[in-house]
Design a binder for this molecule. Structure first.
Ligand code: GLU
Length: 445
């Protein structure tokens, strides 16, 4: 790491004790932006990097709610408003029992660079709660969302901070959140949340956007090395929103997704996963993927093992942070993998990224590869602001253009700064440069 950045990193460590995921995300960025810092000493004079590492505002609140039996539960809510140099804070809400302040900070930090890479006018933020929606009834989820919004509403707004979904927050939760916001504020402010349902201000392709976008990015990355998805075996981890729509698009682009997973294990279907069945299990019935083998005789369910042991040419980790470690990376390399694209946020450990890059695998970091979701959110904001709605086809074309553009920027910037083929360096330098330039222009704020 560049010496000046090393001391900034030390300070991040001591000021944010125990927030290991946040440390990891900061380290990964600071490791790559050295050449950009050297090129622009005026940014260092204005302490841009120190400011980027410190959220503008962090909100932590109590969320009390009542279950169906009348039992009382207390959860913790977060919203970390990280950086608004490029636009209103923008980023999802994650409901998962593992959520801590450090989790939300890592996600918010990543979001700043990701959103900058889209080229759209959005700053970065993230929020969530340690609430576990799994096994909860719709009414319990609704009561939780209403209680969560009863505090959050005062911090957000279409020009201030615009939340969306992330793990555990999908169409159902966003509906309850929007309904409660509308009721409290007496405003039909469509642009305050994105990922809304199509019946009340949502946008075409938002649901599909992260998975589709990741597939488009990886298609470009394959093209850059003279390859395509055609005829390739692909493994996608996870089976949530990102995974399902990645599988859909990869199949359309000529690849064959042979495995996906959830926290209980993985399904291997060598003939290619049956997406209709998966959608029925996950989106309609909200069940575990072990169910898949009940209806597909050729498939196997392997409990408690890593999906990365299934050989493939393309791997798309789309479950959660640090799910793909050094051993998994080595297994992928042995199995003939040539490209890895992160559909989730930081699913690959730093050591695993090194293994992949050293083996010549093209590696797309999440802040570039999964930016399609938030890009489609920015398009939803644009449609809401003009009280318009675009067709599916037009929206998908816009998404594809944006992803092709992000790929080109990461690719070209990596080359310009002396690391050809290194998409991690390209994404971090390109994202940082855009935010830094705006921050300098805005003065000391
Ligand atoms: N949670 C998604 C992400 O990680 C989407 C955020 C948004 O649409 O605002 O980028």
């Amino acid at each position: 790491m560049h010496a000046a950045l090393e001391s900034i990193y030390e300070r991040v460590l001591s000021r944010n004790p125990g927030e290991v995921e946040f440390h990891q995300a900061v380290r990964e960025v600071l490791d790559s932006i050295g050449p950009a810092v050297d090129k622009h000493p005026e940014y260092a004079d204005a302490r841009i990097v120190e400011r980027i590492c410190e959220p503008e505002r962090q909100i932590i609140f109590r969320v009390p709610w009542e279950d169906d039996q009348g039992g009382i539960h207390i959860n913790r809510g977060f919203r970390v408003e990280f950086n608004s140099a490029l636009g209103p804070f923008k980023g999802g809400l994650r409901f998962h029992p593992s959520v801590l302040l450090g989790t939300v900070k890592f996600l918010g930090f990543e979001q700043v660079f990701k959103n900058a890479l889209t080229g759209l006018p959005i700053g970065g933020g993230k929020g969530g709660s340690d609430f576990d929606p799994r096994g909860r009834s719709d009414r319990e989820v609704m009561r939780f969302c209403q209680s969560f919004m009863l505090e959050l509403y005062r911090h957000i707004g279409e020009h201030t901070d615009v939340p969306a979904g992330d793990m555990g927050v999908g169409g159902r939760e966003l509906g309850y959140l929007f309904g409660q916001y509308k009721r409290i504020t007496n405003r039909y402010e469509s642009g305050v949340l994105t990922g809304k349902g199509l019946s009340y201000g949502g946008a075409q392709v938002r649901r599909e956007a992260t998975g589709y976008g990741c597939s488009f990015f990886v298609e470009e990355m394959l093209r850059a090395r003279g390859e395509s998805f055609e005829g390739k075996d692909v493994v996608v981890s996870g089976s949530g929103n990102v995974a399902l729509y990645t599988i859909e698009k990869v199949h359309q682009l000529g690849g064959r997704v042979v495995a996906c997973s959830d926290s209980g294990g993985f399904v291997h279907d060598p003939k290619g996963l049956d997406l209709d069945l998966l959608k029925d299990i996950k989106e309609v019935r909200r069940e575990r993927i072990a169910e898949y083998t009940e209806q597909r005789g050729d498939a196997t369910f392997v409990p408690d093992r890593s999906v990365w042991e299934v050989p493939c040419q393309v791997a798309l980790p789309s479950a959660t942070q640090n799910e793909l470690d050094e051993d998994d990376a080595a297994a992928l390399v042995r199995g003939g993998c040539i490209a890895v694209g992160e559909g989730a946020n930081m699913p690959t450990t730093s050591a695993a990224v090194r293994v992949l890059q050293e083996a010549g695998v093209s590696f797309a970091p999440g802040k570039a590869a999964n930016a399609g979701g938030v890009a489609a959110s920015a398009l939803e904001m644009q449609q809401n602001a003009s009280r318009d709605s675009w067709s599916f086809e037009h929206s998908e074309n816009r998404l594809r253009e944006i992803m092709v553009d992000i790929h080109a920027r990461c690719h070209d910037v990596a080359e310009e700064y002396g690391s050809p083929g290194n998409y991690v360096a390209g994404a971090n330098i390109a994202g940082y440069s855009r935010v830094a330039e705006a921050m300098l222009a805005l003065g000391l704020v």
